[in-house]
Design a protein around this ligand. Sequence first.
Ligand code: KIV
Ligand code: ZN
Length: 396
Amino acid sequence: MPEKIIIFDTTLRDGEQSPGASLNIAEKVEIARQLARLKVDVIEAGFPVSSPAQFEAVKRIAGEVPAIIAGLARAKEGDIKAAYQALKEAPRKRIHTFSSTSDYHILGKFGSSRYGQTLAEKRKTVIQMSIDAVQYARTFCDDVEFSAEDAGRTDIGYLAEVIEAAIEAGATTVNIPDTTGYTLPDEFAEKIRQLKKRVKNIERAVISVHCHNDLGLAVANSLAAVQAGARQVECTVNGIGERAGNASLEEFVMALNVRKDILPFYTAINTREIYNASRMVSTFTGFPVQPNKAIVGKNAFAHESGIHQDGVLKDRNTYEIMKPEDVGVSSSKIVLGRHSGRHGLKARLQELGYRLSEEKLDQVYKLFVKLADKKKEVYDEDLRSLMGEEVYSEKP
Ligand code: KIV
Ligand code: ZN
């Protein structure tokens, strides 16, 4: 029987940490609604203690969006309390706390002697901080995730100790991040297998992975990890995130869908909402999607050479391993123009993932009419950039 992989989307937290990608609160709520339509299981909405705007965005999403809503917190009481305060309206909430576990991080971040003199003492302090954080988070909520930051470069014996302590303290999900995107697929899979062997009561928690893309291996590492026993994958729309980004949600999900023959897993993702999500994230962050990007790039389903065109016209299977419609790329486009009314505009915007109040629709309609006067046809891309302008104009 295929097993479910939980999709934990961190577009609004790690994704928003991409240099230059700041989103306002209205944009975050709009993206969170689209993530709910995409049917991600968990939305990491932000890092509440880090700023009042982050706090407010998490609070709004927690109150309005139907999914498990997670908030990030360092292993500190103040962070955990702030995460809970921001999340408390959510019917289903998760506090996500983390400690650094690699020697690079421990020696680099906890250099001061108050954490201990030697590496062994500092490592002990990290374990205690992790236990305290998980136990404290559990006083607020039953769903607590613990991450061992830089697990990819953490010695396996010590990593197993930290993860065991976190589970003992009450963590319900244990996340193994390849924070620096350093590992190779076989190596990362082996890390997961070793944890399954070494950690007492590992079956009490869901094993999660969170792979960065510094070597372009984030999706490959995530796939290797699920084959080794991970059951939650953390990812972002368009693969945005710190530095070279995170595992791309659309690539991971479609790899499982297309290669069901050798990957006996499924997700709850409504793949037909993938393209809308990709466009919305690109518009609001201002990060273009490269044309050859797998799944959502403009050329992902385009055939240029005569041989390919001929083949595809005869039988799509010759050069396409998935249907564009399956990821929400429609070949038949409804074209709006100067004769289109508010209803037509509203319906098309809804298909693109935007749900507007009547008041907002009026504002967008005025912009649409101006544009339609200048252009013969208003395409989906035009509507998406109108929506970008409209929401940007609300920036606090
Ligand atoms: O990359 C990372 O280690 C993180 C953690 C906070 C999960 O983003
Ligand atoms: Zn990360």
